[in-house]
Design a protein around this ligand. Structure first.
Ligand code: ARG
Length: 461
């Protein structure tokens, strides 16, 4: 490069070389994996010594040197030396500075291909563990608020139209169910990815007498991967992680959307705490739900991360191709965004003030107990449901005409519509009676909600 032409090559020849170095380098982002890289190397060198592939004193020097490099990274951060390309070469160069030529023995019986595959699995595994902890905290927040509001009545919607009254506790518990499925998905992905690629070497395995079971065990994997070609070219684990994350972000986005709606003046169901809202620079009255909107927005970016890696991988022949270096930025970005989203929704749920009087008033205003009237006719007067539906429709029209709630329509008006109605019907027309009657398993009755909370707490513990 720089020696190609002393007279004019400074700019001409150096330009492309500099760009080459820049496009080739992953150190600006993969330095984030330094802990996993050191862990992988420690496991590898211990195995090399045990197998007699590297002499004991060299292996000890390497192990100590790796500790020094780790301490240095921890204290100073990782320098972005583009000439050293990636975290693997960076660490090896640092190791050589620390212990001299023995450092050159560390890369025996491995390649950066199995090394990066191992490091990245370790990183994604750690990321999943962090996400699982955040999902547990999110569920705790939902469970606490659900318990508080196990009997608080709110309108339940379909088509965003008042449908039937439900309890706020029941509504919040729906998100606990989503979070539990997210936990299950992440745990499944973690279990499936937990095999060690280390020792697959460049693509074909190695002739050195490595013990892949030993390195796998040392790194907390369940065993070694079974095919060296697959091991160095597989990024399913990263795609699965992104899939789980996208699904989880989608759930958070739906809750965020509800908070945006509920915090609006026409709804008025919730007011977000000062900590979780922002003001407007021009309209002093505003309290904007920016965090909720950004959670909704971030779900789009997280889905983009998933699409990005799928498209990167879709045309690659076996085994390793450099395209695969692009696997890390979307995974790192996704993890950061999802961590923020989970923390933000947890904080919003914990600190929100639910306006339950307003929720109750809206639940009472939308003829939401019409189904209860129809069910009463079926149960108490033996009316076929279709006919009961029709009678109830007329009762709703009457209430609308009188400008009153369904439970305020005078009995004479109701009996005029159908003689089989009697005053007993009023007992089912209040929103409280309605929610209390929904005792089918998984229904919104307050006692059911409390039982669901108990079960979910046990599952979480
Ligand atoms: N930085 C590379 C990556 O992340 C490491 C593997 C490089 N292997 C190679 N043969 N060039 O994919």
């Amino acid at each position: 490069m720089s020696d190609s032409n002393q007279m004019w090559g400074g700019r001409f020849a150096e330009g492309p070389a500099a760009v080459m170095r820049e496009i080739n380098a992953s150190i600006p982002f993969d330095k984030r994996m330094w802990r996993q890289d050191i862990r992988g190397s420690q496991a590898h060198v211990a195995m090399l010594a045990k197998q007699g592939i590297v002499a004991g004193d060299d292996a000890e020097a390497i192990a100590r040197g790796l500790d020094q490099v780790a301490a240095h990274y921890d204290a100073e951060g990782v320098t972005e030396d583009l000439a050293l390309e990636d975290i693997h070469m960076q660490t090896e160069a640092r190791l050589a500075e620390a212990i001299g030529p023995a450092a050159g023995r560390l890369h025996t019986a491995r390649s950066r291909n199995d090394q990066v595959a191992t490091d990245f699995r370790l990183w994604v595994r750690d990321a999943i563990d962090e996400t699982l902890a955040a999902l547990a905290a999110f569920q705790c927040a939902l469970l606490d608020r659900a318990e508080e509001h196990a009997a608080s009545v709110m309108p339940g919607f379909t088509h965003l139209q008042s449908a039937q009254p439900v309890t706020l506790g029941h509504h919040l518990m729906a998100y606990v169910e989503m979070a539990r499925r997210d936990v299950g998905r992440f745990a499944d992905a973690r279990a499936r990815m937990n095999l060690s690629p280390l020792g697959s070497a460049a693509l074909a395995g190695t002739g050195f007498p490595v013990d892949r079971h030993a390195t796998a065990a040392a790194l907390g994997f369940d065993g070694p991967t079974r095919n060296s070609l697959d091991a160095v070219s597989d990024r399913d684990f990263a795609i699965e992680y992104l899939t789980c994350a996208a699904q989880c972000a989608l759930h958070l986005s739906r809750l965020a959307e509800e908070f945006v709606l509920w915090a609006s003046q026409p709804f008025g169901f919730v007011s977000l705490s000062d900590q979780w809202s922002t003001g407007s620079s021009i309209m002093p009255q505003k309290r904007n739900p920016d965090a909720a909107e950004l959670v909704r927005g971030h779900a789009g970016r997280i889905t983009g991360c998933l699409v990005s890696l799928m498209v990167t991988m879709k045309g690659l022949p076996l085994a390793y191709s450099k395209d695969m270096q692009d696997d890390k930025p979307p995974v790192f970005e996704c993890h950061d965004l999802l961590g923020l989203c989970l923390a933000a929704m947890t904080g919003m749920v914990e600190s929100a003030t639910f306006r339950i009087e307003r929720m109750r008033a809206v639940a009472e205003s939308g003829f939401a107990t019409a189904t209860d009237l129809a069910d009463w006719l079926v149960r108490e007067a033996g009316v076929p449901f279709r006919e009961a539906h029709h009678i109830t429709g007329r009762a709703v029209a009457r209430a609308e005409a009188l400008g009153v709630r369904l439970d305020q329509v005078p009995i004479d008006d109701l009996t005029a519509i159908d003689a089989r109605v009697n005053a007993g019907v009023y007992s089912v027309l209040s929103v409280d009676a309605s929610v209390s009657s929904r005792t089918s398993f998984g229904g919104t009755a307050p006692d059911n909600v409390r039982a669901a909370i108990r079960e979910a707490r046990e599952a979480l513990a």
